[in-house]
Design a protein around this ligand. Sequence first.
Ligand code: HPA
Ligand code: MG
Length: 221
Amino acid sequence: MAPVKSKSVTIPDNLEYDTDLFVVPGCYREDIKSVIIPAGMIHDRIKQLATEIHAKIGDEPLMILCVLKGSYRFFTALVDELTAVRYNCKTSLLVDFIRAKSYENTETTGKLELIGLSSLNELKGQNVLIVDDIVDSGLTMSRLIFTIKDLGAKQVWTSLLLSKRVPRKVEVDENFVAFNIPDKFIVGYGLDFNQRFRDMNHICVMSDKGIEKYKNAGKLF
Ligand code: HPA
Ligand code: MG
């Protein structure tokens, strides 16, 4: 099948909404500088992305792979929307969850340790849609694609909530992308800073105060 390259919604460099305009939990208000993608826009875009994915992949058996933890919200919303657009399908949708642990080297084809698959044969012969939260350097994603192909997947596509406008260390196929975002550190809708902010509904830019407050918080888990 020909490679697919998604269109995506571009969030401009200068677009930042005042946090007072949106519902932001009190515990986070001073830690957030601005909202860049409000919750409603995220949901609408995911609905459309599911239509784009279904139009490209069609009624084929599909395994959707959630790369934890960052993509957990994007994943559940995407599966809900895909299920809705696949109402006429004869083939089933499988879901699975992995965590990817990168080894400390710079090889783009280096293997990742994948935690969570019940068997290494699980991906053999499958059409796999990798669902991840964000791509920046492309290094982890390229290793993930390499590892999943190495485990015998038949076809591999990627679906990304966010593609950051930073130079890639390695080019990866970004097949289905929800948003193209500026080079800013963002949190919310699954994305964290030292494990905080995953539960926030909007995608936001952190304030200097928030970064200072949580930078030494360390890993909770
Ligand atoms: N926020 C959270 N996690 C990330 C980011 C970010 O901007 N970039 C890569 N991982
Ligand atoms: Mg990720």
